[in-house]
Design a protein around this ligand. Structure first.
Ligand SMILES: *Cc1c(COP(=O)(O)O)cnc(C)c1O
Length: 361
């Protein structure tokens, strides 16, 4: 059986270093907001080439606190793609703001910049982009539109650690980048974790305060805060894995390239553009008989996933929240997309095997 993902195998190269880091942290007796979090924040802001990084509890909180740090007026509108993981949209809702969906580009699966301006109203305050599957959005067009319309830009970088456009990394194009370190992500912890990157000191300060009960000095609560802290042990693990993030991303790109060159043309493959350094958190193809294909692959001992089976508009939780608009492009992607094995532990042989089976379908 070829697994889609296997977190034990994925983390195997890090076991020894993790065990040592665990023991160090345990012995230190300091488990929340200490040197390890500070040190990871420093490492990750350097990696992303942003001035500041603030560790938080998970990706959803990174997005939610990013929005919170701007103090937008309740009911303001935030532009967001119609094909994303629900977390992006939840962060807007949890801030008392209104998500306004914009369809993706059918070739890149990322928000279509040509469809943004028609959705901007006097209430629009921000554009929240998602670098889906590990490919950056067209940030030049998005930043141009944001500047022209006086909007903030927040990047959902949960699938894009180390991705770049024209050599500028994800998390460094917009006002704030929000990252998740959920175990399956390219930079994954072994529990929940998240962080924001920004070069704006006011937002970094605000998020640093918000994550810790609205307090800068212990027991002095300046604002209505949250408890959303990255813990010391996960931070220690993340600093270890971060040193090899480029290697992880390069391995995924190597495997993606094998799919790209060898899968038969019946499959719609990801768009490649040399300005974009894609990190393939997910390698997806599209096929009109996606469900049949998934079944066929499972019968042939290849596990796959669907990202995602249901569009945000069609989720039960969104009844009465998201306008009942038609999102035909998001529908088309959700109905035809299939994610193929592309983990750090997969080998060239694994991928060639998947291709051989797929080319007989
Ligand atoms: C994983 C993910 C998130 C949420 O991250 P959590 O750490 O699970 O809260 C948000 N947005 C996207 C696009 C994701 O893939």
């Amino acid at each position: 059986m070829i697994d889609y993902e296997n977190l034990g195998k994925l983390n195997l190269p890090f076991f020894d270093a993790y065990k040592k880091a665990f023991e160090d942290t345990l012995n230190s007796g300091w488990y929340i907001l200490g040197d390890k979090v500070k040190s990871f924040e420093n490492d990750f802001s350097n990696y992303c080439e942003a001035k500041y990084c603030v560790g938080v509890a998970n990706g959803l909180d990174a997005l939610t606190l990013s929005l919170k740090s701007f103090n937008f007026k309740e009911g303001s509108e935030v532009i967001v793609p119609s094909n994303t993981y629900i977390a992006t949209i939840l962060s807007i809702i949890h801030n008392g703001l209104k998500p306004v969906l914009v369809e993706p580009d059918i070739n890149t699966y990322n928000i279509d910049p040509t469809k943004i301006e028609e959705k901007i109203t006097s209430k629009t305050v921000a554009i929240m982009v998602v670098h889906l599957y590990g490919k950056m959005c067209n940030m030049e067009s998005i930043n141009f539109l944001a500047k022209k319309n006086n909007l903030k830009v927040i990047e959902d970088c949960a699938q894009a650690h180390g991705a770049s456009l024209k050599k500028i990394k994800a998390g460094n194009w917009g006002d704030i980048g929000a990252f998740s370190f959920y175990p399956t992500k390219n930079l994954g912890a072994i529990a929940d974790g998240g962080a924001i990157t920004t070069s704006i000191i006011e937002n970094a300060d605000s998020i640093r305060t918000l994550r810790n009960y609205g307090s800068k000095i212990k027991y002095h609560n300046e604002i209505v805060g949250f408890n959303s802290r990255l813990d010391e042990i996960q931070a220690a693990f993340l600093s270890i894995k971060l040193k090899r993030l480029n290697e992880i991303n390069e391995h995924k790109r190597f495997l993606a390239n094998i799919y790209q060159n060898n899968l038969k043309t019946d499959y719609i493959k990801p768009a490649i553009d040399t300005d974009y350094y894609d990190v393939f958190h997910i390698y997806n193809i599209r096929h009109p008989k996606r469900d049949e294909l998934k079944e066929y692959l499972l019968k042939n001992e290849v596990k796959t996933e669907i990202h995602y089976p249901i569009t945000p508009v069609k989720q039960k939780a969104m009844i009465g929240i998201l306008d009942k608009i038609k999102t035909p492009i998001a529908d088309e992607i959700h109905d035809t997309t299939l994610s193929l094995p592309i983990s750090f532990f997969h080998t060239e042989e694994d991928i060639l095997k998947v291709i051989e089976i797929m080319n007989k379908f």
